[in-house]
Write a protein that binds this ligand. Structure first.
Ligand SMILES: C[S@@+](CC[C@H](N)C(=O)[O-])C[C@H]1O[C@@H](n2cnc3c(N)ncnc32)[C@H](O)[C@@H]1O
Length: 288
């Protein structure tokens, strides 16, 4: 069955043909072209990805075909797959994800692992998450440490609405407030402060590459150096953490030294940095 450049075939359109066509076309904008195609076609057919492998010769209806081609057109703009399907998996939870929120990244699961390791076996802990986005970090902590008491903040009201709906969907009891970092947080002491703040330098060309232009800029960058938000968060933590309390921050692979320096400047101790599955410095934690 011959196909032309825009993937328009003479009917029938099989799953296998459509995946091959979409993968070929998405190579220009995505390093996960095959996966993107599978996720989008599975979404379109309301099936899981294994269905596509099991039934490669199944034909698409013309509605499914139109829908899939519309999704591929949008992916080429490029819009992130998670915005097109409206969801992303994080810590084995399906989270609603919209253009108001950062798309949760797999490497951020490390931040959750580290918090869960720190609080394992301790009595109920008071946890503050700054910049919650979809709520990914707080939801995952609450799911695996249900006794913990979590306050999650964001400056973006639309993001908070998404986070709140994710908490409802997963039956997790978390308090959300709109706040510019600590500004609207009551002066109370927490055992743990955790954040994946915006940490890309405003002039970094990376911001204009791949899917990043589609994500909210305030979720990615907080200023010229990329360390502005980190600085505010660490400085404020002195006031909001109990003695012996921990703060854990995700940061860029090249920011370990700078972040350690800021922790030292504000008198934190027991500072250490964890590396992700690509062996890149990713999370630095410190104790008050
Ligand atoms: C890198 S995203 C992290 C989102 C989510 N925690 C995650 O890991 O997927 C940073 C978040 O910080 C929020 N943010 C940016 N500036 C803020 C500020 N001044 N106060 C509070 N939150 C802020 C953004 O809206 C965004 O949701």
């Amino acid at each position: 069955m011959a196909g032309n450049d825009d993937g328009a075939h003479d009917a029938p359109y099989t799953i296998k043909q459509q995946l091959e066509w979409a993968t070929g076309i998405l190579y220009s904008i995505s390093c996960s072209a095959a996966l993107d195609s599978e996720v989008l076609l599975a979404f379109c057919l309301q099936k899981n990805r294994s269905y596509l492998m099991t039934w490669p010769e199944r034909e698409l209806t013309s509605d499914q075909y139109e829908h899939f081609h519309d999704l591929i057109r949008k992916r080429l703009q490029p819009q992130p797959v998670a915005y097109l399907t409206g969801s992303r998996e994080f810590y084995s939870m399906e989270l609603t994800t919209t253009p108001a929120t950062l798309v949760p990244r797999p490497e951020t699961e490390m931040l959750v692992d580290s918090v869960l390791d720190l609080i394992a076996g301790l009595p109920a802990q008071k946890i503050l998450e700054l910049g919650t986005g979809t709520g990914a970090i707080s939801l995952a902590i609450k799911k695996y440490a249900p006794e913990s008491e979590i306050l999650a903040t964001d400056i973006s009201l639309p993001a908070l609405q998404v986070a709140q709906s994710n908490a409802l969907k997963h039956h997790l009891d978390i308090t959300f407030i709109e706040s510019d970092w600590y500004q609207s947080v009551q002066r109370t002491k927490f055992n743990i402060i955790v954040s994946n703040p915006p940490y890309i330098a405003a002039s970094d060309p990376y911001l204009s590459q791949g899917d990043l232009p589609a994500e909210p800029l305030q979720a990615l960058s907080s200023g010229e150096t990329g360390l502005e938000a980190i600085n505010v968060i660490i400085q404020g933590a002195k006031e909001y953490l109990q003695n012996e309390g921990w703060i854990l921050l995700e940061h860029g692979y090249d920011q370990q030294q700078a972040v350690t320096g800021i922790f030292l400047q504000y008198g934190f101790r027991d500072i250490s940095t964890l590396r992700d599955f690509n062996d890149l410095a990713r999370v630095t934690l410190a104790r008050k």
